[in-house]
Write a protein that binds this ligand. Structure first.
Ligand code: GLA
Length: 528
């Protein structure tokens, strides 16, 4: 139901008020000319209690928002729980017509989060209006009373003392594969994953090295079974058979969960079931788990993240199955310093990528300082690829792919592998660029030169060769000149390999000059 409260005349709002008894009187003059005196203890006195908005999702699960309210006089306190967030009501204002504005706040790491709801009691329904961002249209919903205790946050479980989880021996080079989130979000299902697995083989992606097929958020069932096992929703009827299918294609299957009670999309999380879920994943045949902070933010501080991630790292290792452990907590708390200690093979270094030039470049070009932390088995993860999703030009996607390879980043395609254009295939399956990413020395590249919007990044490769990326972040073609001495190459090379042109180029002298397209890249390999 979508109803824009902002457009509803105040006088009508007043008319639809229902209420009973009266403790305080408010005199109101509002902009549209309605003047009134409202005696209103009334409809708000009835607010005390536990309220829920329950919205069925097409996968058989329910999205739930809980407002646990306590009303004393004109003051409303309590909590609001919505997807991964749990707010304390820090302010309540009774406005014209008895519309109550509730402000919820919560600590999220170093920042504060706020939510605002406009609430109006109509009979036994609590009509709510909220906006994700102030500029968004309001979203309308109706809450109804539910028993006390329903939707309460679980108690905080104490964390284990810190220790080192031994390296699992996986991800000697950055993991490669596909992930459902960037394109499919909550639309991912069994059929799509099977179709993607088929296409990974027929398109050549598997043979190019893309092995992991990773299901992201929204596969989880509404509730756990009577033994507390996590279940799947109607989009994934049989995870074990899906894993068998993916394995039969010579691929591996990845899954997603959260250390919190809820995932980022508000589905069931692993909180309090760490060993049990790790065992379930192993029994299904899962080969890769992304563990996304999400709902854990309401129970633990950023300083406690390491112990939270260690707990699941240990649970994964106890299963005895080789499972890649992917930490996703948006690069908070210097995760690169402790990621390997919790058994992590990769850790996100930033918030979510978008299929936009500004998002991709802000993330990609912001990784320079993290180079020392990447090594075989343990990688910085600047998030998944957007190549082929349509929001950037092919030159921009070549920049994306080149930069991620220079960064020794995991290469998880995020597009529809079933319907790739030849151009997109040639970007994702450029074997010479992939070879840079997968170089076995595992040294992350760095920026060595910058002038305005042009940058040169260099990655040292095994055997003493170098990958050199000349980037033009500007909105017009630009000449970039590369002095070999500036990038630590002492002897002027005679030739280089252009990895996008797929050709050897002759070089002479101490400098190499080339025109780089707008938002484009020239990627060279020098030395064998
Ligand atoms: C977070 C993660 C994303 C994705 C979504 C799923 O935003 O950072 O990569 O997994 O959650 O809800």
């Amino acid at each position: 139901m979508v109803r824009d409260l902002g457009e509803e005349p105040m006088s009508r709002r007043h008319c639809i008020l229902t209420g009973a008894f009266v403790l305080l009187t408010i005199s109101i003059t509002v902009a549209d000319g309605w003047h009134g005196s409202l005696t209103a203890d009334a409809q708000i006195a009835g607010l005390t209690g536990n309220w829920a908005v329950k919205t069925p999702r097409p996968d058989g699960t329910t999205s739930k928002v809980y407002l646990n309210l306590r009303q004393e006089g004109d003051k409303i306190s309590g909590t609001i729980r919505s997807t991964q967030f749990f707010y304390n009501i820090s302010d309540s204002v009774i406005g014209p017509g008895g519309i109550i504005t509730l402000t919820g706040t919560m600590k999220d790491g170093k920042s504060d989060r706020t939510v605002k709801y406009e609430a109006e009691l109509i009979g036994e329904e609590l009509h709510l209006s909220t906006r994700r961002r102030p500029e968004d249209k309001p979203m309308q919903s109706v809450a109804r009373r539910v028993p006390n205790g329903e939707g309460a946050m679980p108690a905080r479980i104490p964390l284990p003392p810190l220790k080192k989880i031994p390296y699992n021996g996986l991800a000697k080079t950055p993991p490669m594969g596909w992930n459902s989130w960037n394109l499919f979000k909550s639309r991912v299902n069994d059929e799509i994953v099977r179709g993607i697995a088929d296409a990974m083989v027929t398109s050549g992606m598997r043979d190019a090295g893309y092995i992991y097929v990773n299901i992201d958020d929204t596969w989880e069932g509404e509730t756990r079974d009577s033994q507390g096992n996590i279940t799947t929703n109607s989009k994934f009827p049989d995870m074990k058979s899906l894993a068998d299918y993916v394995h039969s294609k010579g691929l591996k299957l990845g899954i997603y969960t959260s250390p919190g009670p809820n995932t980022c999309a508000g589905y069931e999380g692993t909180y309090g079931h760490e060993e049990q879920d790790a065992r379930t994943f192993a029994a299904w045949g899962i080969d890769y788990v992304k563990y996304d902070w999400c709902g854990a933010r309401t129970l633990y501080t950023d300083e406690e993240m390491q112990a939270v991630y260690q707990k699941f790292g240990e649970a994964l290792q106890k299963t005895g199955r080789p499972i890649i452990y992917s930490l996703c907590q948006y690069g908070r708390s210097d995760v690169w310093k402790w990621g390997p200690d919790v058994g992590g093979n990769l850790w996100r270094t930033t918030g979510d990528i978008g299929d936009r030039w500004d998002s991709m470049t802000r993330i990609g070009f912001g990784q320079n300082d993290l180079a020392p932390y990447a090594k075989p088995g343990h990688w910085n993860d600047p998030d998944m690829l957007e190549v082929g999703n349509g929001g950037m030009s092919n030159d921009e996607y070549r920049t994306h792919m080149s930069l991620w390879s220079i960064l020794a980043a995991p290469l998880l395609a995020g597009n529809d592998i079933r319907s790739m254009t030849p151009e997109i295939k040639s970007i994702l399956m450029n074997n010479e660029v992939i070879a840079i990413d997968q170089d076995k020395a595992g040294m992350q590249g760095k920026r060595v030169w910058q002038s305005g919007e042009q940058e040169i990044w260099v990655r040292e490769l095994s055997g003493g060769s170098h990958a050199i990326a000349l980037f033009n972040r500007g909105a017009a073609p630009a000449e970039v000149s590369l002095k070999w001495s500036d990038i630590g190459i002492k002897k002027n090379p005679k030739s280089a390999r252009d990895l996008w042109q797929h050709k050897d180029i002759e070089i002479s002298g101490p400098e190499y000059k080339v025109t780089v397209p707008m938002h484009g890249v020239v990627l060279l390999r020098v030395g064998k």
